[in-house]
Design a protein around this ligand. Structure first.
Ligand SMILES: [Zn+2]
Ligand SMILES: [Zn+2]
Length: 389
C-alpha cells in the first residue's frame, strides 16, 4: 500500500510498504477514505519529537471503511464506515474506566521509555513516535486499529467524510480545551493560536457559554477565520502588546480563562522568545513556551489556564510565581477523544457546528510532502490539509 513515511526532519515521502495485518483478536483493518495532517504532525516533521525512525508511517487523524476484523470485535462489522480516535485505549483499565482515555495503561508497549522521563506513560498514539507505542499511522491506504471494539466509532448515514473526520482529534481537542476552562455564563476566554485546535476551541467556548472570546495570532488569514467563523475578537501579537491589550479589553481584570493552543513551537516578539529559539536550536530546551508565559501572566486572578498545545519535554522561565500567587487552575492533557466523540457528533448532526470550515486544501495522498510543506509555512492560506488515499 501507499503510506506517508517519515525519513528525517523536513523529509516525508510516499512509500510503498506492506499492508497491515490483524495481529490480535481485538484488531481491525480500516481502508482509509480520508486522513488529515495535524499541527502536531509538524512537530515530528520539524524534528522535535524523539524516537522517530526512518520509514515510520505518520498520521493520527483518519477514517474509513472496515475491511477486516479480529475474532473478538463484535459491535461493528466489515463494511461499516468509522472514525478512529487518535489516542489508543483499551477500554478496560483503571483510567479508561474513569473516562480518562488518553491515559490508558494498556496501549503503549513502550511505556518503559516514557516512564524514565514522565514517571508514568499516557496511552499509545497512532503515528506518533516509538515513545508513544510505535504504531503505524493513518496517512496511508490502510491502518490497523487495536482495541477496535472501543476504538472505532460508526458514522451514521448522511454525513460526509469531511464533516466527521475532525472528530478524530482537533474538534474534541478544541472542545476539551474549552471545557477545561470551567466556563461560566458571562466569561471572557482568550485563545492563543488560531490554528485548527484554536479555531475549534473558540467555537466550543461559545457552545459552553462564554460571552466573549478573544483570539491571538499573527497570521492574518487565521485571525480573519477566527473573526468570521468563530465570532472572536482578534489580536495580532506582532502589532500590540497582548497583555496590555487584554487588560484593556477586559476592564482591567484579565480574561477569566486562557487557552494555550500553540504549544512547544511558539513564536514571539519578546526577548525571551529569542532565548527559547536559541536554546531549542542547540537542544538545551526541548520546547518554546512563549505563549504559555503570556497565558499565565495575562490570566485573571483565580482564572483557568487550559493547555491543549503539545509540549514534549522541558521548558524554562515559566512564571510559576505568577501562577501560584494569582491562584490559577491548570488543566491540560492529550484529549480523551472517546469521551467526546459521540456528543460532538450530535452537535454536527444538529447543525450546531460544521467542521469543514477549517479545510483549505484537499490533496491526493501522493502530494503529502507538498501538503506538509505548505502547512508548515502557512503558504497559500493553508489552515488544514485533507489527504485522499
Ligand atoms: Zn492531530
Ligand atoms: Zn485503558
Amino acid at each position: 500500500m501507499k503510506a506517508v513515511c517519515w525519513h528525517g526532519a523536513n523529509d516525508v515521502r510516499v512509500d510503498t510498504v506492506p499492508d497491515p495485518k490483524i495481529l490480535n483478536p481485538r484488531d481491525a483493518i480500516v481502508k482509509i477514505t480520508s486522513t488529515a495532517i495535524c499541527g502536531s504532525d509538524l512537530h515530528i516533521y520539524n524534528g522535535y519529537i524523539p524516537t522517530m525512525q526512518k520509514g515510520d508511517i505518520l498520521g493520527h487523524e483518519f477514517m474509513g471503511e472496515i475491511v477486516e476484523l479480529g475474532s473478538n470485535v463484535k459491535h461493528v462489522k466489515v463494511g461499516d464506515r468509522v472514525v478512529v480516535p487518535f489516542t489508543i485505549s483499551c477500554g478496560n483499565c483503571f483510567f479508561c474506566n474513569r473516562d480518562l482515555w488518553s491515559l490508558c495503561d494498556n496501549s503503549n508497549p513502550n511505556a518503559w521509555m516514557v516512564e524514565k522521563q514522565m514517571g508514568y506513560s499516557p496511552s499509545g498514539l497512532f503515528g506518533y513516535s516509538h515513545l508513544f507505542g510505535g504504531y503505524a499511522g493513518g496517512q496511508a491506504e490502510y491502518a490497523r486499529v487495536p482495541f477496535a471494539d472501543v476504538g472505532l466509532f460508526k458514522i451514521p448515514d448522511g454525513l460526509t467524510d469531511e464533516q466527521v473526520l475532525f472528530l478524530t482529534d482537533i474538534f474534541p481537542t478544541g472542545y476539551m480545551a474549552a471545557e477545561n476552562c470551567n466556563i461560566k455564563t458571562g466569561d471572557i476566554v482568550a485563545v492563543w493560536g488560531c490554528g485548527p485546535v484554536g479555531q475549534f476551541a473558540i467555537k466550543s467556548a461559545y457552545l459552553l457559554g462564554a460571552e466573549r472570546v478573544i483570539a491571538i495570532d499573527r497570521i492574518l488569514e487565521r485571525l480573519q477565520m477566527a473573526k468570521e467563523y468563530g465570532k472572536a475578537e482578534i489580536l495580532n501579537y506582532e502589532e500590540v502588546d497582548v497583555g496590555e491589550a487584554l487588560k484593556e479589553m477586559t476592564g482591567g481584570r484579565g480574561p477569566d480563562a486562557c487557552i494555550d493552543a500553540v504549544g512547544m513551537e511558539a513564536h514571539g516578539t519578546d526577548l525571551m522568545s529569542f532565548y527559547d529559539q536559541a536554546k531549542q536550536a542547540v537542544r538545551l530546551e526541548t520546547d518554546r513556551p512563549t505563549a504559555l508565559r503570556q497565558v499565565i501572566v495575562s490570566c485573571s486572578k483565580g482564572g483557568h489556564v487550559s493547555i491543549p498545545g503539545v509540549y514534549g519535554g522541558f521548558i524554562d522561565k515559566v512564571p510559576m510565581g505568577a501562577a501560584m500567587n494569582k491562584g490559577l487552575t491548570f488543566k491540560m492533557g492529550q484529549t480523551h477523544v472517546h469521551k467526546y466523540l459521540k456528543p460532538l457528533l450530535e452537535h454536527i448532526q444538529n447543525g450546531e457546528i460544521d467542521p469543514t470550515f477549517i479545510i483549505s486544501h484537499r490533496l491526493p495522498i501522493e502530494e503529502a510532502p507538498h501538503g506538509y510543506e505548505i502547512f508548515k509555512h502557512k503558504k497559500d492560506n493553508c489552515t488544514k490539509v485533507v489527504l485522499k488515499p
